[in-house]
Design a protein around this ligand. Structure first.
Ligand code: SF4
Ligand code: SF4
Length: 149
């Protein structure tokens, strides 16, 4: 009897408490801006420097370039850019080293698929991943200009 009253007490106490559960996936989860989610690749900004692929600890980025079609301009433009999300650990290193912010993180995290092949994302897919782009991409946690306050 004592145990039952104790249990009822806990039930009554939590009845009016604020809900901690979410109606996901019906209501999308809002992630904080520091979240490391699936990347967005901006083709025109990429200078094909290969730094993102070189720093990637899981070697899941492959990219190729081609000569700039504009004869007035030097350097290469991006031809292909793929990320294998079977391997990507969303560590953020690729976006940190990118000198032009051609690759940035988003707050998107849903990648569930029935086939492993679907986890292989190409430039077209990564370039159209334009929702929930992280606002502060490279300066997260960095001191303000003029030193830490
Ligand atoms: S987030 Fe990390 S693991 Fe994923 S592609 Fe970038 S560097 Fe590689
Ligand atoms: S680091 Fe940036 S600019 Fe360099 S290849 Fe990767 S995405 Fe392109």
């Amino acid at each position: 009897m004592k145990g039952m009253i104790k249990g009822l007490g806990v039930t009554l106490k939590t009845l009016g408490a604020k809900k901690v559960t979410h109606a996901y996936p019906d209501v999308p989860l809002e992630m904080p801006d520091r979240f490391r989610g699936i990347q967005y690749v901006i083709e025109d900004k990429c200078i094909v420097c290969n730094q993102c692929a070189r720093i990637c600890p899981t070697e899941c980025i492959t990219l190729t370039g081609k000569p700039n079609p504009d004869p007035e301009k030097k350097g290469k433009v991006l031809d292909t850019f793929d990320i294998n999300f079977e391997l990507c650990i969303l560590c953020d290193l690729c976006t940190e080293v990118c000198p032009t912010e051609a690759i940035v993180m988003t707050n998107n995290f849903e990648l569930a698929a029935y086939s492993r092949d679907d986890l292989f994302k190409d430039l077209q897919w990564l370039g159209s991943n334009t929702e929930n782009i992280r606002e502060d991409n490279n300066n997260i946690g960095a001191p303000q200009k003029g030193g830490a306050k």
